[in-house]
Structure formats: structure tokens, C-alpha cells
Design a protein around this ligand. Structure first.
Ligand code: FE
Ligand code: ZN
Length: 510
């Protein structure tokens, strides 16, 4: 009985979300649950949507459903007729310009792609490998500290003496929040271990200190404890010369297509592809499209299978081979002068822990056969037209969001923390599976000009100390899973990055 009910709810739930989504209305968790509980008819809901639209409301809350709409509905019957949307109008291609008759700078420009770092897997996943990962992490990050003028003279933990002012660089082994609200760290370098006492009265923000990260501690030594006066993170330089393309070419950054999911927004994605082909948009938009040389995808290109319980009911395409085939069909509509770089995510068939190797050829042979497609790992570090781009799906971002206590819609704050800590997953194996390698591939050794991530399904960007941080959002509509967790995706917004000026534009295809 219970199982049966659940199944029905699953199907019904998805339909409900789509009806709201199609009309640009976000459904609140409470309203959603109420609708399911009361089994409110979809046709009746359409009336409710009309009501919200009339009132110019974009969020469906339980209160408006309960207090205003339902009593009204009892009085009269709302009838719903589907109105023509802007999308329907545009996809008619009223304004088609032949691609051959135009000047297309990107077509006449040769691609310039350099792989700056390759992930080589060398792990057997044993204890030795864990030690090696941490050893490599400490070495790389302490080297970054050595480059900083005010920190380069840091000393070994074994040499600190009672009564002296000391400066050490250590990995945080343990972080203890005492009841007194003071914080006690245990830090370690190759020479020894010490405790660090951070008084609740100090100005140090201890929320930002994570276990397993490498930090610099300055303070007074009191034997086997340092009374911290200052904590420094490796960070990226305050000012630097960013790398630029000499000519005006653009890169488009997308992620989280989830092809194969019933919620994949194919119509909108096709619209985006039409724009890449200069078939839709005004003159200015076509002009922008004509300069696009790269399409960089930060993972979750397919929805995969068996990624979460009961995923099957959300799938349109039930095999990963067919999901990649479908992606191939879509990407073959991208003009062939645009270079496509594909990095995997947790929904792809690469191993389910980071770092990930590229999507294996056996699953996506057609993509490998395309001349303009390059498959890379996760993370991946490369340059296009001189600009250094670090692509990372963002698997650890929710761990950081939780730690630094920002809302899930704030996708850039955790990305800034990654740069400050010079690490893409500072806390080892919290929610995110990580595979220990001899090398720590998640250390940000070289400062990127662009850090491109996905995974949160929320679009956002900022510039931090010269580096552009972009989370590219998604092409998947709100899923039932997201509704229940109050996660509101921002699909179909495409960041376009100018490789010469470093300006970012967002175009909405939704
Ligand atoms: Fe995703
Ligand atoms: Zn993901």
C-alpha cells in the first residue's frame, strides 16, 4: 500500500512541478506538499497559476493557495487555455540569416587550447595513498606561503620555543570548539605537532578554518601551544596581471545539462544552439554569437542512472549510452568552428569520486569522434587563447556552503573560499567522495584567470582579486528532490566570457 502510494506521488509530483515551472512560478515546499496531500487536480492548479499571474506573483506559497485561491475556486470554475509563450514565437525563426553570408570572426580564428595539468590516476586507495595526498598538499601549499613576503620566514613546528613570537605553517588536524567558545586547533607539519589556542575575544573568524587545510599561524608560544594572534590563508595575490586573448573571442560556459532527465530543458537548449548558429537573436546578440570560439561544459552532461534512489521515474532515457548519444546529437548542432571542452560531473559515468578522469570513450564514442570535442577530467586546468581556466564540477561546494553558513543561492562565496585556501575540497571526504592519489590534484597550484563550476544549478558570477568566478547554472528544471529541499535552480542562463576584456555577460534562454 505504502509503496504504491509513493509511486503515484512521484509521477504526480513531477507533473505538478512542471506545470508551475512552465509558467515561471516557483513552487514552495509547503505548497507542494499540500497539493500532494490533498491530491489537488492539475486542472484546478492551472486556475491557481492564472490567479498568481494576474496578481503578478512568482512564488506559489501555501498561504495564497489556502486562504485566497481555494475558497475562490469553490465559488467559480477557472478554465485554463494555454497561451502562446514568447518561446513559441521565437522558435518559429522569423528572422533567419544565412550563416554563410555573415562575417564570423570565430570561424576565421584558429583554436588555441593548451592543457596545463593532466590528472593521472595512480591510486590503489590504501592508507599510504592518503598519507601521500596530505604530504603533497602540505608541500604544495607551504610553497605558496613561501612566496608571500610577510610569511616566507615561517619556521618548523619542532623549533618553536616557549615565550617567543612564532610563525608556523601547518595542516589543521583537528578543530575543537570548546564550550567557552574558544577554539583549539591541532596543527602539524613534517617536523612536529602543536596545539593552537584561538580566544573567543580575538578577531579571527574561526568559522573559516576547516579541518585538513593548510594555514599559517602567528602568535606567542606557550610551550606545546601557540596563542594565536593572526591566521593567514595561502590565498591568491591581491594584484596581478591577468592573461588575455589578443583578439576579441568569447567562451561560453555551461554545466549540468542532465540530458536524459525528464526535466532536461531541451526546447530551451535548442534555442541556445540556434543562437550559436546565428539563427535567432537581434543584431547585437548575433554579433556576440559570431565571436564564440569555445563552449566549456563543467560536468553533469547527462543525468546518468542509479545516481539517487528511484531516479528511474525521473528519466526520459534509461541508458547512459543513449543519454550520451542524445548529447552527441545536440552537440553536433554546434557550429564546427566552436571548440567544445567537456569535463565530467557526479552524474556522468566517470568514477563517482573526485578527481575524475574524462568520460570513458566506450560510453560516448560519438563524442570522441567529433573533431571539435575535447574530453578532460574533473578538475581540469587548461588555457584557451592564453586565458587560464580551471574547470571543476563543484562536488565539494555544498560542504563549504554548510561550513561558512551562506544560503545555497550564494554560489560565489564558497568559490572565493576555494581560492583563499588554494584548494577545491579543503575538508577531506565529508559528503563528497574523494580518492586519495599520490598527488593532491585539488590544490590550486597556479592562479587561474577563470574558475568555472556547476553542480549547484544556480547561476552566479563575481571577480575576486582579478580571477573571474562563474557558476554556470543548469539546463534542468526544478526537480522534486530540489523542491523538497527548497532549492531553486536558475536554468538556461548562459554566461559568456570575453577572453580579451574578461567581461562576463549572462544571456537567458529560458
Ligand atoms: Fe547537476
Ligand atoms: Zn552535480
Amino acid at each position: 500500500m505504502t509503496v504504491g502510494t509513493k509511486e503515484i506521488v512521484g509521477i504526480l509530483g513531477r507533473d505538478i512541478i512542471s506545470v508551475f515551472y512552465e509558467n515561471n512560478i516557483v513552487l514552495s515546499k509547503e505548497a507542494y506538499e499540500y497539493i500532494l496531500e490533498e491530491k489537488i487536480d492539475i486542472e484546478a492548479l492551472r486556475g491557481y497559476i492564472e490567479y498568481l499571474q494576474e496578481k503578478n506573483m512568482h512564488i506559489a506559497e501555501k498561504s495564497s493557495l489556502l486562504d485566497i485561491y481555494l475558497p475562490k475556486m469553490k465559488e467559480k470554475n477557472f478554465k485554463f487555455e494555454k497561451k502562446e509563450t514568447i518561446l513559441d514565437k521565437i522558435t518559429e525563426e522569423k528572422i533567419e540569416v544565412s550563416i554563410k553570408s555573415r562575417d564570423i570572426p570565430a570561424r576565421d580564428t584558429d583554436p588555441e587550447i593548451k592543457i596545463l595539468k593532466k590528472i593521472e590516476t595512480d591510486s590503489e586507495g590504501n592508507f599510504e595513498d592518503f598519507l601521500e595526498t596530505f604530504r603533497d598538499r602540505y608541500e604544495k601549499i607551504s610553497r605558496i606561503f613561501r612566496e608571500r613576503v610577510n610569511i616566507r620566514d615561517f619556521q618548523n613546528i619542532s623549533t618553536i620555543k616557549k615565550g617567543e613570537n612564532v610563525k608556523v605553517v601547518g595542516m589543521v588536524r583537528k578543530k575543537l570548539n570548546a564550550k567557552t567558545k574558544n577554539v583549539i586547533l591541532t596543527i602539524e607539519d613534517f617536523s612536529g605537532v602543536t596545539k593552537v589556542f584561538i580566544s573567543r575575544k580575538s578577531s579571527i573568524n574561526t568559522d573559516m578554518i576547516f579541518e585538513d587545510e593548510v594555514i599559517c599561524v602567528e602568535g606567542k608560544c606557550g610551550g606545546n601551544i601557540i596563542y594565536a594572534q593572526n591566521i593567514e590563508f595561502p590565498d591568491i595575490p591581491l594584484v596581478r596581471e591577468v592573461n588575455r586573448s589578443e583578439i576579441d573571442v568569447y567562451s561560453v560556459l555551461i554545466s549540468d545539462l542532465h540530458v536524459g532527465s525528464k526535466m532536461f530543458l531541451e526546447k530551451e537548449f535548442l534555442r541556445f544552439l540556434k543562437w550559436l548558429n546565428l539563427k535567432i537573436g537581434d543584431e547585437k546578440q548575433k554579433h556576440t554569437a559570431s565571436k564564440i570560439k569555445y563552449l566549456i561544459i563543467a560536468g553533469d552532461v547527462i543525468d546518468g542512472i542509479g545516481i539517487y534512489p528511484n531516479q528511474k521515474k525521473d528519466l526520459e532515457i534509461l541508458s547512459v549510452y543513449d543519454q550520451y548519444k542524445k548529447l552527441y546529437e545536440l552537440l553536433s548542432l554546434v557550429p564546427d568552428y566552436i571548440q567544445i571542452i567537456i569535463s565530467p560531473g557526479n552524474h556522468d559515468v566517470a568514477r563517482p569520486a573526485i578527481p575524475q578522469l574524462p568520460i570513458p570513450k566506450e560510453f560516448a564514442p560519438d563524442l570522441y569522434d567529433m573533431n571539435n570535442v575535447l574530453m578532460v577530467g574533473n578538475p581540469a586546468f587548461f588555457s584557451v587563447h592564453n586565458v587560464k581556466i580551471l574547470v571543476y564540477h563543484g562536488d565539494t561546494i555544498f560542504d563549504i556552503i554548510e561550513k561558512i553558513r551562506v544560503p545555497q543561492s550564494d554560489v560565489v562565496s564558497p568559490m572565493i573560499q576555494m581560492l583563499k585556501k588554494r584548494h577545491l575540497g579543503p575538508m577531506y571526504g565529508k559528503k563528497t567522495g574523494m580518492i586519495p592519489e599520490r598527488k593532491d590534484h585539488l590544490v590550486i597550484e597556479e592562479v587561474p584567470d577563470v574558475l568555472h563550476m556547476g553542480h549547484v544549478h544556480v547561476n552566479g558570477y563575481t571577480v575576486y582579486r582579478g580571477t573571474t568566478l562563474i557558476n554556470s547554472g543548469t539546463w534542468q528544471a526544478q526537480t522534486e528532490y530540489q523542491v523538497l529541499r527548497n532549492m531553486i535552480p536558475t536554468p538556461c542562463r548562459v554566461p559568456i566570457f570575453n577572453l580579451k576584456t574578461h567581461k562576463t555577460m549572462i544571456t537567458n534562454f529560458g
